[in-house]
Write a protein that binds this ligand. Structure first.
Ligand SMILES: CC(C)(COP(=O)(O)OP(=O)(O)OC[C@H]1O[C@@H](n2cnc3c(N)ncnc32)[C@H](O)[C@@H]1OP(=O)(O)O)[C@@H](O)C(=O)NCCC(=O)NCCS
Length: 184
């Protein structure tokens, strides 16, 4: 059993991403682009691309968080507007990735809990997850259900990667009052 097999929540640190985290973030994501089910990208972004993505989201006033174990970044997540047109302004889409060697140890949950809390500090009312490879992505499905997301729909075979058609599952959870009240 490795040192990270069993973690108490006090061993997991979640904080806002710093520019210096870009190398770790890019490496985590690159593995999932090349080997995982979630990403529909086929070529990992360069460090400069990832730096620009982080800057766009953080400068836009959206959260980008990292999870650390003993000071090492082992996962990240962020949220940004689901779509750019004005009527979507109360709806966010999130993205979350944990280092492939560190999944199943609570980092995803710690990140998601912190991300939801951060999103609820803002005026947003809905949080969307677009789960790549749909029902085959058991880890993502479980994580999102655990944190209050429900499946809102499935898009069949909208992706084609590595010789296979890939579905996406759209999952959704309310933030704050959701649609129970109108925004101011
Ligand atoms: C999805 C992901 C972020 C979850 O992170 P994680 O650190 O493994 O999550 P946790 O350890 O906090 O586990 C959360 C829940 O999911 C379950 N889980 C994790 N991996 C699982 C798997 N492969 N199969 C089934 N359940 C799984 C855990 O048991 C836990 O449920 P429980 O508390 O009821 O036991 C991570 O697996 C990942 O990076 N996957 C690839 C990228 C991805 O799919 N991102 C989501 C894009 S929408």
């Amino acid at each position: 059993m490795s040192a990270v097999d069993i973690l108490s929540t006090s061993e997991i640190e979640v904080r806002d991403a710093h520019p210096d985290d870009v190398h770790a973030i890019a490496a985590i994501y690159a593995w999932h682009v090349l080997n995982g089910r979630a990403s529909f990208e086929e070529v990992p972004p360069t460090i400069d691309d990832m730096r620009q993505r982080m800057r766009t989201i953080i400068d836009g006033g959206f959260p980008w968080l990292v999870a650390l174990y003993r000071g090492v970044v082992v996962g990240y997540c962020y949220a940004s507007l689901y779509r750019p047109r004005p009527a979507y302004r109360y709806t966010l889409e999130e993205s979350i990735y944990v280092d492939a060697s560190a999944t199943g140890r609570g980092f995803g949950s710690a990140l998601m809990e912190a991300l939801i809390a951060r999103c609820e500090e803002g005026h947003w009312r809905q949080l969307i997850a677009v789960v790549g490879d749909g029902h085959n992505n058991a880890g993502s499905l479980r994580l999102h259900k655990k944190h209050g997301f429900e499946v809102a729909g499935q898009l069949r075979s909208v992706g084609y990667k590595k010789g296979n058609w890939r579905d996406t599952l759209i999952m959704q959870r309310p933030l704050n009052d959701g649609d129970w009240t109108l925004p101011e």
